[in-house]
Design a protein around this ligand. Structure first.
Ligand SMILES: Cc1ncc(C[n+]2csc(CCOP(=O)(O)OP(=O)(O)O)c2C)c(N)n1
Ligand code: SF4
Ligand SMILES: [Mg+2]
Length: 350
């Protein structure tokens, strides 16, 4: 006879109903050394605040490890552990399993403890994708993996990652002076890919810290729903994106308003857009991507043609994908016909 999986209870973190209801306590506080205007640091602060005190945080190598934990000092107020670049998934599973074993053996008090593992885009979308994918197949453990995406290997001086947008200037993708050698790969769709490929994962979301309350409530939902969960945040990075730090918040908003960064969540297999992306999905006009691109030095070399190409790709994402902004496959005509036919048959039968 097969033994049923035991799943520990989670904390019931109700959504904050408005900014005035957000807890005052900070669990990621002063003392870090991130750049001025670093949105990834804001993501850490909001994530920790949303999770609350009974939380263990694991961080893969990257800016959010290095700049937040100088020798013998740290801005983390909750228990925190460093893990290798690429190991966020395995650290999350290992820690959740360890806590569960300690509770089973009565070595620690039985109580729901949040486990959050974070990683950058280099550590998550490139090097650690397989470990995250494996982690999302363990329904018996409760944890959240949050990938903060500043669109480069920022900590080692802004190298190109698979999340660097088309054409962006990084130390590994100079646009070229004598000859144009633009970086031409399109950014991966990590949240869509993980949601589509991991049926045991009950919650996947994209977030943007410019919409702080909505972002924190997605973290709270992920931790409450239980099992393995995943959140992908897009984080403007003044150093890598090359802009005045005062613009971080505006760039976060523009990413959503131009449709470059769709905000969605997939809960128990059901996809919902939220915030401004919801109105975009319902037909609201998107701002031109030009407004977003030209505020960043990493795109300063863009010609009108480059901007048009970028716009065309974003238009395709909203107009041609199977699920606009979320799932980048389209249906062949014969499948569309077959589905339409079965819908008619179903309606007639009813
Ligand atoms: C296995 C391994 N390879 C390379 C490095 C060097 N390294 C440290 S941080 C880092 C950049 C990580 O990029 P990302 O995950 O996007 O985080 P960010 O620095 O952008 O916050 C690299 C390449 C390392 N620590 N470990
Ligand atoms: S390089 Fe970017 S991600 Fe790293 S600390 Fe600076 S602003 Fe933050
Ligand atoms: Mg990065």
């Amino acid at each position: 006879m097969t033994k049923a999986l035991t799943v520990l209870p989670t904390q019931n973190l109700e959504p904050f109903k408005g900014v005035k209801k957000i807890a005052l306590e900070e669990y990621f506080t002063s003392g870090h050394r991130t750049c001025q205007g670093c949105e990834s640091a804001l993501v850490m602060k909001l994530m920790a605040k949303a999770a609350g005190p009974r939380t263990v945080i694991l961080g893969a190598t990257g800016c959010m490890y290095v700049a937040n934990t100088t020798y013998y000092s740290t801005s983390w107020v909750v228990p925190w552990m460093h893990t290798q670049l690429g190991a966020a998934g395995s650290a999350a599973v290992g820690t959740a399993a360890g806590l569960k074993a300690l509770m089973r053996k009565n070595r620690i008090k039985q109580e729901p403890i949040n486990v959050i593992a974070f990683c950058g885009d280099g550590g998550g979308a490139d090097m650690g994708l397989s470990s995250i994918s494996a982690a999302l197949t363990y329904p018996e453990y409760n944890f959240l993996i949050l990938m903060y995406d500043n669109e480069s290997y920022a900590n080692t001086d802004i190298q190109l990652s698979s999340m660097t947008p088309y054409g962006a200037n990084t130390t590994f993708s100079p646009p070229g002076k004598a000859r144009r050698i633009l970086h031409k790969r399109w950014k991966k769709n990590v949240a869509g890919m993980l949601a589509a490929g991991h049926p045991e994962c009950r919650y996947v979301a994209t977030v943007d810290a410019s919409y702080a309350l909505e972002m924190m409530n997605r973290v709270r939902k992920a931790l409450t729903i239980g099992g393995p969960t995943f959140i992908h945040s897009l984080d403007p990075c003044p150093k890598g994106w090359d802009y005045d730090p005062i613009q971080s918040h505006d760039l976060g908003e523009l990413a959503v308003e131009t449709g470059v960064w769709p905000l969605f969540e997939v809960e128990d297999g059901v996809l919902k857009f939220y915030g401004k992306s919801k109105s975009i999905a319902q037909g609201r006009k998107r701002k031109p991507v030009r407004e977003y691109l030209l505020r960043q030095g990493r795109f300063a070399h863009f010609t009108d043609e480059d901007i048009e190409y970028f716009q065309k790709k974003i238009d395709q994402m909203w107009e041609r994908w199977l699920i606009p902004g979320a799932v980048c496959i389209a249906m062949s005509d014969d499948i569309k016909k077959a589905l339409a036919k079965s819908e008619v048959e179903l309606a007639t039968a009813n």
